[in-house]
Ligand binder design. Structure first.
Ligand SMILES: [Zn+2]
Length: 260
């Protein structure tokens, strides 16, 4: 197995196990539906999406970044840049891109039909962090490839970004009870589970807030930040009102959500 895939898969499984154990020991909310069925469906769709993305593109973003570096393609490969600056700019640019993509998936109707499979989950826990429709993953992959081609980031920064994004998604979707004081300090520079839970509210005014997956800066900067859900974390409703039937929790029905 190639080292990049090994690193990404290894870190994904490690964070998933840590979050799965942590949220079982310190749950924030009681889950409303069976955990085994949800985890099976959410992880299945995640592996399906990852597999289809591999088939859809001839190479992954880090490999394209290596090709661009070798062939002087992309802004950072053309303008002499100190490595530290190139890494920082690359991480920030890729993260801003994912923030923008997330906003677009909420505001452009056909994209929302695809993204709503992620929001249809009736509970939110670590497994929700990888529950994305294959169409969303493939579109996101092509967007990242285009960004890498234009920017020419260091390949290592691309790998680090993917590992961080994945780890943060597992963390901020976790049904994890953090001390409120720790949450307040942590969310100054990291999206916490309480911050991201607002985004999974059935109230669409709240679902259109807190788009960031890693750092809270973009939401603060672009005015999409919301501190807490209006009903509080215990009483707020998670999911989408039109997909509350348990049948939508099955793998096949999840995959057809964009076309309903
Ligand atoms: Zn969303």
């Amino acid at each position: 197995m190639n080292p990049e895939l090994l690193l990404r898969l290894g870190s994904f499984l490690a964070v998933l196990v840590v979050m799965g154990v942590a949220e079982t020991l310190l749950p924030r909310r009681p889950l409303s539906s069976g955990k085994a069925r949800r985890w099976f469906a959410n992880l299945s769709v995640s592996f399906l999406s990852a597999g289809l993305a591999r088939l859809a593109a001839p190479l992954v973003p880090a490999a394209l970044a290596a090709y661009c570096a070798a062939n002087h393609i992309g802004l950072l490969n053309l303008v002499p840049t100190p490595p530290a600056i190139a890494w920082l700019v690359s991480l920030a640019a890729l993260d801003l891109l994912i923030y923008g993509q997330h906003v677009a998936f909420h505001h452009y109707r056909p994209l929302w039909r695809v993204h709503r499979m992620h929001h249809a989950d009736l509970d939110i826990d670590a497994s929700t962090g990888v529950r994305f429709h294959p169409i969303e993953i493939v579109l996101s992959l092509f967007l990242k490839l285009a960004a890498v081609f234009l920017l020419g980031p260091p390949p290592g920064a691309v790998i680090l970004f993917e590992v961080l994004l994945n780890g943060c998604a597992l963390f901020n979707h976790a049904n994890l009870r953090l001390p409120l004081d720790a949450d307040r300090k942590l969310r100054l520079f990291l999206v916490t589970p309480d911050m991201h839970r607002v985004h999974h509210s059935t109230d669409m005014r709240e679902a259109n807030r807190n788009f960031g997956f890693t750092v809270p800066f973009w939401d603060r900067l672009f005015g999409t930040y919301k501190d807490q859900p209006d009903l509080g974390h215990d009483r707020m409703r998670i999911g989408l009102n039109i997909f509350r039937d348990p049948q939508y929790g099955g793998l096949l029905n999840m995959l057809t959500i964009p076309f309903r």
